[in-house]
Design a binder for this molecule. Structure first.
Ligand code: MG
Length: 452
């Protein structure tokens, strides 16, 4: 059956794909599925009101009662859904995509991202147009709900040692990318007693500061500001503030797997051991640090909802992805940018400079490639790859991950494009390249043998 939800909800360019009609119909489908009270919120995009209003109308036409939370980060909406025990939530966001995009993301009643089987049920309602259509007495209403942001801020603050942070006298630069984090994170840092210099912390849907994906390229101003002001840390959120990427006290961009390793190590130490969950694509530096700290690492398929569900299943103390999406289970089972920032500040308050903590994280080099491959033969190619590397240690959690001396390669078919992605990691650039060359050759030969 056709798909509606991608890996991050329904997303597209406004008034091309994501128009009022689509938002209305997706709202009808979600409302038919959820039944009851549904919280809705949005990020700072120019199309937020249009998409949210249309989607809310759809929810109400299916009989749902809408609680409008206004502009807030995705994890703040998720926290509201979890703590108010409503039927579910809808977040209007396209996360890190360019400003012309917008999207609709469904949140389950426990505050986690909707599992795939429930999305399939919503898609079935959408494609069959089997929407609930109650009579005039029973259509829903919408009320503005206040307090979600304050409750969320309180929850984040309750999960760190405020006294320790206050005593450290830290200075940070915060870059909210003109996104939803602007309405939360400056206040949280103020409450923590951290001296904060803000950049792009006014919500503006054109993203005038820089594009909302926190890549090194987009964080040049943040790097410069950290250096110029002698700050201890630079903090960057993506557009809907579920991910945080850092700049260290020397003004250097920190790759997400390295900050993940620092926080994972601290979480394991704080808990006296425990399980950390991360996707198979994460750098070995995280496994090294977790093991060294006395913890255990469990790998999953790629995708934040999958990491979160695995964490619940195995009782993990922490989990996350290399893109800055970190999950703190005592707080909630979803990626949370403000929680990530607050925890990193606590770690620095206790353990010292981020640049010194990063020195203890082992270095690895990553080589990323892609190979064209027709969708029809992807499964056969994967089987061929397994056979070709049968002698090696292997992990087939997601695609095929083959381990070599000092490194690994992950060979994964893309879910959306006719390509295979080949990620290889080694202790040095040469090692990563050699591993990648060796695997690329094998995969290329297998693809061509099936494509004849
Ligand atoms: Mg995001």
């Amino acid at each position: 059956m056709a798909r509606l939800f991608g890996t991050n909800g329904v997303r597209g360019v406004v008034n091309e794909f994501m128009d009022g009609q689509l938002a209305l119909d997706v709202g009808k489908a979600i409302g038919s599925f959820m039944k009851g009270k549904v919280a809705i919120g949005c990020d700072s995009r120019t199309s937020a009101d249009m998409v949210k209003s249309a989607c809310a109308a759809g929810l109400m036409s299916a009989g749902a009662e809408v609680l409008d939370l206004g502009l807030l980060p995705t994890p703040a909406l998720q926290f509201f859904v979890k703590s108010h025990r409503v039927a579910g939530g809808v977040m209007i966001t396209a996360s890190h995509n360019p400003p012309e995009f917008n999207g609709i993301k469904a949140i389950d009643s426990d505050g986690t991202e909707m599992p795939r089987e429930k999305e399939v049920a919503i898609e079935a309602i959408y494609f069959q147009r089997s929407f609930s259509s109650p009579d005039w007495r029973n259509v829903g209403a919408s009320v503005r709900s206040e307090g979600a942001i304050a409750d969320y801020q309180k929850a984040v603050l309750s999960n760190v040692d405020r006294k320790e942070i206050r005593g450290a006298g830290l200075k940070v630069v915060l870059d909210c990318a003109n996104g939803a984090g602007s309405v939360c994170s400056p206040k949280i840092l103020e409450e923590l007693g951290v001296r904060t210099i803000t950049l792009n912390c006014n919500p503006l849907g054109t993203f005038p500061g820089h594009p909302s994906e926190p890549t090194e390229d987009h964080l040049q101003d943040l790097k410069a500001m950290v250096r110029e002001t002698g700050a201890d840390l630079g903090i960057a959120h993506d557009g809907d503030a579920d991910r945080t990427i850092f700049v260290d006290d020397k003004g250097r961009f920190v790759h997400g797997d390295r900050s993940l390793a620092v926080v994972a190590g601290a979480m394991v130490a704080e808990n006296g051991g425990g399980i950390v969950v991360t996707p198979v694509s994460t750098s070995l530096c995280v496994e090294d640090v977790v093991r060294r700290s006395g913890g255990e690492l469990v790998y999953t398929r790629v995708g934040a909802p999958i990491v979160a569900r695995k964490m619940i299943e195995v009782g993990a103390i922490f989990g996350g992805e290399e893109n800055g999406g970190l999950i703190f289970p005592k707080h909630q089972y979803c990626r949370d940018a403000a929680m990530t920032a607050a925890k990193m500040i606590e770690i620095l308050a206790v353990e010292g400079k981020l640049s010194s903590l990063l020195e203890k994280v082992p270095d690895y080099c990553l080589d990323k490639r892609k190979l064209q491959c027709p969708d029809a033969v992807k499964d056969d190619v994967l089987k061929g790859v397994c056979d070709a590397f049968a002698e090696q240690r292997m992990d087939i959690t997601d695609g095929v991950k083959v381990y070599f001396e000092g490194g690994w390669t992950l060979i994964r078919p893309s879910g959306t494009e006719p390509i295979f992605r080949i990620y290889s990691e080694g202790k040095t650039e040469t090692m990563a390249r050699d591993i990648a060359d060796r695997c690329e050759k094998v995969v290329r030969e297998i693809i061509s043998s099936f494509s004849k």
